[in-house]
Design a protein. Structure first.
Length: 290
């Protein structure tokens, strides 16, 4: 049994990863405010049923809106560069560069050696929620059938990892391309013992999360089989998969194009500028010299 903490400390150290004013971690908020408020034209609209997933393509310069349809529901989101799936959302680096949960003006950073924003959050209806600091979780990752078998000793094929795998197969990707997610609408964090917890999703019909596509994207979203996560999925108090089903709802997705004049001064971000002082990664036959 985990011991209770003997004392609690508050940490006020500044963020380790910072850029200069106007740098990559200080985006032009006025531009993204204009994006969020601009006239928009609907190009795609669909609902993702419970315990399912869907993948869809998004052109650079478009706006994506994820929203609660009829009740609270968590969604697990993956992003890839449409033309190069080796470049994909990097949740761990995004946690370091942004925070442990995402909200307006935060950016989805891509994997090495690319390291650029794939998308930028422009609207979050839960940004002013009392628990906003632990909503749209980046600490955890997708549920999967392997950990379920380990913890619960039964097989179940509708965890987010499996849902995402099925959704991306028609796009030429496989299970190996599924990666750590943004848990959209998820209420999760670390408790007093620094253990990961999940609690009831606060989203209500109409709540939404919007992001601007900085590059051409392939997106995939799974409706978590735990639904709103108001009941335990594992452990002695776990609800059955049938009981969890009562807490599941669909999620809505809309994609919008934006007027040319709004995007007139915008250009897609370039990949990382690093080339190496002695060749990329220093891969030359010259020893290090201070």
């Amino acid at each position: 049994m985990t011991a209770e903490p003997s004392s609690r400390r508050s940490y006020t150290q500044p963020a380790a990863y910072q850029s200069l004013p106007g740098g990559p971690l200080d985006p032009d908020r006025s531009f993204y405010d204009r994006i969020a408020g601009a006239e928009r034209t609907l190009t795609q609209r669909f609902e993702i049923p419970i315990r399912s997933a869907q993948a869809w393509e998004v052109p650079a310069g478009s706006l994506v809106r994820l929203y609660s349809v009829e009740g609270p529901q968590v969604g697990d989101l993956n992003l890839w560069n449409l033309h190069n799936p080796r470049e994909r959302f990097w949740a761990a680096r995004t946690r370091q560069l942004q925070r442990a949960s995402m909200t307006t003006y935060d950016r989805f950073w891509s994997t090495l050696p690319y390291l650029r924003p794939l998308a930028t959050v422009v609207a979050d209806s839960l940004a002013d929620h009392p628990d906003a600091e632990v909503i749209h979780d980046l600490l955890g990752t997708r549920c999967d059938p392997y950990v379920n078998r380990m913890l619960a000793d039964y097989d179940f094929d509708y965890h987010c990892h499996s849902n995402l795998t099925r959704a991306i197969l028609p796009h030429g990707l496989t299970e190996f391309d599924v990666h750590d997610v943004l848990n959209v609408f998820q209420f999760a964090g670390l408790n007093d013992r620094r253990e990961y917890f999940m609690d009831s999703c606060p989203a209500r019909p109409g709540d939404h999360f919007e992001f601007f596509a900085e590059v051409d994207l392939l997106c995939a979203l799974s409706t978590c089989p735990g639904g709103d996560l108001s009941v335990h999925m594992w452990g002695p108090e776990a609800a059955s998969t049938e009981e969890q089903l009562e807490h599941c709802h669909p999620l809505g997705v809309e994609v919008y194009s934006l007027p040319d004049e709004v995007l007139a001064e915008w250009t897609p971000p370039q990949t990382a500028a690093y080339q190496g002082h002695r060749g990329r990664h220093g891969l030359v036959s010259e020893p290090y010299r201070a």
